[in-house]
Design a protein around this ligand. Structure first.
Ligand SMILES: C[S@@+](CC[C@H](N)C(=O)[O-])C[C@H]1O[C@@H](n2cnc3c(N)ncnc32)[C@H](O)[C@@H]1O
Length: 217
């Protein structure tokens, strides 16, 4: 069952969708904030490998299309279908054509927030979660997404990954993974300082690439 959108999320989404979308040589800006950089390609390639390595013809779901960097990284892994969920219509208009051109499979873009998503149960092999929640809501949204969406739409044995800046996974995230998945692991990835673009807005060049697997029972 889809989660609901409370007043905090409705206000955040209204404000998000009112932001002007700009793509330049460095990345994607929503209003005056860079939210994704082309310099994150190698990081997104690691997420793609963790999610799709050894899986053929995977049905992939990404929450937050953004700049389409992750989407482009799955191309060599020959997915069977890519579905992106992205509420900002101008992000979709600017980015989806490039993703469609790049991927060797059908591309579906749902122009909605994930909270109203209603996908077939057990229809997805791999999920990448990389969104922009309201301030102070990131952990609650993450837990809600895993419980209400990820576990329902992943097929048994399906994989889940998410964007994580820094070198430590907070206990709250680890607890959610422990509770809902059969097993999980994390890998460290660093974008070297000399590769960070001048407009870099993220707290560090260090990241974790988590990968959790849904149980088969
Ligand atoms: C950091 S970007 C994603 C970058 C993307 N992974 C890539 O590789 O380019 C975050 C995206 O999440 C979108 N977003 C914000 N709230 C969302 C929601 N409730 N559901 C889905 N996407 C959302 C934003 O509009 C933004 O495009």
């Amino acid at each position: 069952m889809p989660a609901t959108l409370d007043e905090v999320h409705l206000r955040h989404l209204r404000e998000l969708c009112a932001r002007r979308v700009m793509i330049d040589d460095e990345g994607l800006r929503l209003g005056d904030t860079y939210v994704m950089f082309f310099a994150e390609s190698a990081l997104m390639a690691e997420h793609a490998a963790a999610l799709l390595g050894g899986q053929h013809e995977a049905h992939v779901l990404e929450i937050g299309l953004g700049l389409g960097v992750f989407a482009q990284q799955i191309a060599p892994l020959r997915p069977a279908r890519y579905t992106a969920v992205e509420p900002h219509p101008a992000v979709v208009d600017l980015v989806a054509p490039r993703v469609r051109e790049h991927l060797p499979c059908p591309v579906v873009v749902v122009v909605e927030p994930w909270q109203v998503l209603d996908l077939e149960p057990e229809s997805i092999d791999a999920i990448m979660y990389d969104t922009w929640p309201p301030d102070g809501q990131a952990d609650a949204d993450f837990a809600s997404f895993v419980e209400r969406v990820a576990i329902r739409v992943l097929r048994p044995g399906g994989r889940f990954s998410f964007f994580h800046s820094g070198t430590q996974l907070p206990k709250s995230r680890a607890d959610v993974l422990d509770r809902f998945f059969a097993d999980w692991s994390v890998m460290k990835v660093t974008i070297p300082a000399n590769r960070l673009p001048s407009g870099w807005t993220k707290p560090t060049g260090d990241f974790l690439v988590p990968c959790a697997r849904k149980g088969v029972q």
